[in-house]
Design a protein around this ligand. Sequence first.
Ligand SMILES: Nc1nc2c(c(=O)[nH]1)N[C@H]1C(S)=C(S)[C@@H](COP(=O)(O)O)O[C@H]1N2
Ligand SMILES: [Mo]
Length: 536
Amino acid sequence: MPTDVAPRGRLRPALAGVAAATFGAGAGELTAAVIASTASPFTSIGALLIDLAPPWAKDAAIALFGTADKVALLVGVGVVLVGVGALAGLLESRHPRWGRGIFALLGVFGAVAAATRANASLVAVLPAAVGALAAMGALSMLLTRLPAARAAATAPVPAGRPAVPVADSGEADEPHASVDGVDRRRFLVWAGGTAAAGVLAAIASTALSAGSRAVSSVREALRLPAPATTTAVPASAEFGIDGLAPVITPNGEFYRIDTALNVPQVDPAEWRLRIHGMVAREVELTWDELLALPLGESVTTLACVSNEVGGELIGTAVWLGYPIRELLARAGPTPDADMVLSRSIDGFTASTPLEALTDPGREAVLAVGMNGTPLPVEHGFPVRMVVPGLYGYVSATKWVTELEVTRFDRDRAYWSDRGWSERGPIKLSSRIDVPRVGQSVEAGTVVVAGVAWLQHTGVSAVEVQVDDGPWQPATLATAISADTWVQWRYDWDAAPGRHTIRARAISADGEVQTAERAPVAPDGATGHHERTFDVR
Ligand SMILES: Nc1nc2c(c(=O)[nH]1)N[C@H]1C(S)=C(S)[C@@H](COP(=O)(O)O)O[C@H]1N2
Ligand SMILES: [Mo]
């Protein structure tokens, strides 16, 4: 090393690096909150990773963390940042500028991530740049305060000691302990203060993220028009069994699946839907124009293709919306078109067969309301699509802003590019909800209950099998319509011992739910849901 000062120890340089990284991250987040909340370096890096991740990684994340998958990702990005910060600190203390170089690279990465998000403007690169510069500055500043460097440079050297400390002598063995004890404490105060400033800036940035507050307050103040047509949910559609999924899923319990780390904030006043592509004439629709149309209620069960057998990525809501077929009719699709590529403000796209959207018998809607309220922000406020019978990834575009009429052989949607089928009709399925997993079951009459679905065709029967016995008919609640799931129940005369219960559905057109197991990719899981109980 060319310098006459060999900094000792690894802990303090690493700490300096972590503190500098924290400071830079905080500065970046704060800059983003002030100038462009969608350009948060943290979330843009997370979002880039989501888009780059192979499908199996996403499936694993959903399987491991469920709907907390995004929190897990951000925690992961944070852990990596700490690691990279420590590395930068160590490097910088040995090879000045190398550590800062790492921060610069990180800044470039963050800037690229932010700039490649959908709808990013050029200012999106600023937060990452500010963050990187802040981290580089903080690192230099902290390293000049390293006790070893200062002790060697400025402290009087006791007689008999070498003027240049031995490199890497370790933390415990410090010849200058008595001299640089004060410096050490000072260093820790500076490092701690730097890190704390970063944390405070990050906290302030979440409070400041002005956009999200504005949109949720717009939403809260909003009154949707009364529906022109209503749908009644018959009382007999709900068994009211404890532990059984309610036939209408409350908004707060509705599953959420999307690729958005930052929930898109769309102000209805600025919302536009553009219908273009293979059409006779382009159509544009504003929020006020949409609300002035006669809106109807429809009840549709939405399901995710990533739903495992027995999984919970499914829910039913009363949607308030306007038929997409009416809007498409205004535009006039050309005869050779066969697909509508819907696009969200966040860049997500879905490929929906044109005929599913033009079919007068299918309530494919542009929805603005969910269970009597405006769409919750995370469920697509202000406008999303809902199409009975198709998995969400090919139909249920949230924060939708564009319908491009096109062809399957011309365009591909977000998930089709990632190994999922380009068409996604929902598969006939049934699920056991009660008894719950781990619930103790006593011999005698045991209520077994669940839900079954094949949207847009309907379920005509559900059967239950105990161990290897015959399939027995369950009782169905009233189906709201063919577009919704239906509750079922079976009174099981349970004998003591270990038993396995299995369910299968039969569709309105006679299809029997297959026992054959298929994974969720590429087009939805199959197989019978079963649960094993120790009956006492
Ligand atoms: N903009 C956008 N819309 C989206 C998605 C998305 O990632 N981004 N995910 C789709 C998928 S995969 C599903 S299953 C449904 C889920 O809708 P929900 O979150 O309201 O339950 O939204 C669909 N719409
Ligand atoms: Mo999904």
